[in-house]
Design a protein around this ligand. Structure first.
Ligand code: CU
Length: 98
C-alpha cells in the first residue's frame, strides 16, 4: 500500500501552499459596484488560486460584515481577502489601496 503515504504527502504540500498564500497577503482588485442593501460587492480581480480562480474576472462577492461596504465605492482600487463561507465566496478583509 504505497498510495496512502502519497495522499498524505499531497495533503501536506497542499496545506503548505495554502499557508504560503495566506502569508502572501491580500488580493488586488477594483470595485465596480457596491450594493449595501444586498450586502454584496462586485470586484474586478486577478487570479485567486486558493479559490480555484485561475484567471482574473469581475464577480459578485458576499461580505462578512456589511460595514465594509461603507468604506469603498465603485472605481476604488482595493486589496482584499476572500474565503468560502458556507459555500458562498465571501470578502473577509477589505481595504483601499494607496
Ligand atoms: Cu472571481
Amino acid at each position: 500500500m504505497r498510495i496512502l503515504p502519497a495522499i498524505g504527502l499531497a495533503f501536506a504540500l497542499y496545506g503548505a501552499s495554502q499557508l504560503a498564500l495566506a502569508q502572501q497577503g491580500l488580493i488586488d482588485g477594483q470595485v465596480t459596484k457596491v450594493d449595501p442593501s444586498a450586502a454584496k460587492i462586485t470586484i474586478k480581480h486577478g487570479p485567486i488560486p486558493k479559490l480555484d480562480m485561475d484567471v482574473g474576472m469581475t464577480m459578485n462577492f458576499a461580505v462578512s460584515d456589511p460595514k465594509m461596504l461603507t468604506t469603498v465605492k465603485a472605481g476604488d482600487r482595493i486589496k482584499f481577502d476572500a474565503e468560502r463561507v458556507n459555500g458562498q465566496i465571501t470578502v473577509t478583509r477589505l481595504q483601499k489601496s494607496r
